[in-house]
Write a protein that binds this ligand. Structure first.
Ligand code: CP
Length: 310
């Protein structure tokens, strides 16, 4: 693995290897006072975030630091991007400065893929930390890691992805990865928040959350991305929460063992009530901590390679 651009790039063996490495790292570091491994000593990892982030950026930085890499954060607002420098020139500059890997978040779908082409001759790896409405592969990996912890083997498990599918890079990456891992996925959304051409995703679509909940082993709620809604007939916050918000009453429709996920940031009171978000059924805090171990595992597989010591 040289780059991680899409969850579709992960076949079953590779995805399982990354998830197993993440679980091993978590077990190794659990309860340690000093959470530091020498694995990436001498390697330089640069994060380039052209869009806001809390979880992804922080967990990549912690992941690199816990593996002893030198981690440098570049944001659009504090760099020469603000003077008009292009993504290509910025990436080539960071590569020439010594980056072994760049981790990019960008509002344009396909940005990480373009970057991997521009850097192809340099040996610098690219990790997609979210490109527009396209993909967010490490989010899917941390979601799968969390589901494996709670449910075990995901083969035959039914996972509902609920909400703003239209603008969600998390949904597309999860459909790729969860189906690769053998789970069944159903997308649940208001009709105006389902993308055109969703048939190509090859998973069922439902508009009725209450009808789906009793058959689910996990429900993944998505944030309604108001910042990407320009025109169109989208439901109001009140309409959305009445039909698709997961509250305590609606949660009773889920089987006892079913898990509630949310990639964050959450809009409490809209797609999820506080009572659900803070309940035992919700694995949202676990998702965040698993994000660090999954991103450590991805850096390891990209920069060191399987078979070498962690
Ligand atoms: N889930 C996620 O990508 O969160 P951030 O935008 O905070 O990184």
């Amino acid at each position: 693995m040289k780059h991680l651009l899409s969850a579709a790039d992960l076949d079953l063996d590779t995805a399982t290897a990354v998830l197993d490495t993440a679980a091993e790292l978590k077990a190794t570091l659990l309860g340690r006072e000093v959470r530091k491994l020498p694995t990436l000593r001498g390697r330089t990892v640069i994060t380039m975030f052209y869009e806001n982030s809390t979880r992804t950026r922080v967990s990549f930085e912690i992941a690199g630091k816990w593996m002893s890499a030198d981690v440098i954060n570049v944001s659009a607002s504090g760099s020469s991007v603000n003077k008009g420098e292009s993504l290509r020139d910025t990436a080539l500059t960071l590569s020439a400065a010594g980056a072994d890997c760049v981790i990019v978040r960008h509002p344009a779908s396909g940005a990480a893929h373009r970057l991997s082409g521009w850097l192809g001759h340099t040996g610098t790896g690219v990790i997609n930390a979210g490109d527009g409405t396209h993909e967010h592969p490490t989010q899917a990996l941390l979601d799968a890691a969390t589901l494996r912890e709670r449910l075990g083997d995901l083969r035959g498990r039914r996972i509902g992805i609920v909400g703003d599918i239209l603008h969600s890079r998390v949904a597309r990456s999860n459909v790729h990865l969860l189906t690769t891992l053998g789970a069944e996925v159903v997308l649940v959304a208001p009709p105006t928040l389902v993308p055109a051409g969703v048939e190509a995703w090859k998973v069922p679509v439902s508009y009725n959350l209450d009808a789906e909940l009793p058959g689910l082993d996990a429900v993944m709620l998505l944030r309604v991305q108001a910042e990407r809604m320009h025109g169109g007939f989208f439901p109001s916050a009140r309409e959305y929460s009445i039909a698709y918000g997961l509250n305590e009453n609606r949660m009773k429709l889920l089987p006892e063992h079913a898990v509630v996920l949310h990639p964050g940031p959450m809009l409490r009171g809209m797609e999820i009530s506080s009572a659900v978000a803070d309940s035992e059924r919700a694995a949202i805090v676990d998702q965040v901590s698993n994000g660090v171990h999954v991103r450590m595992a991805v850096l390891y597989h990209l920069l060191v390679g399987e078979g070498n010591a962690l």
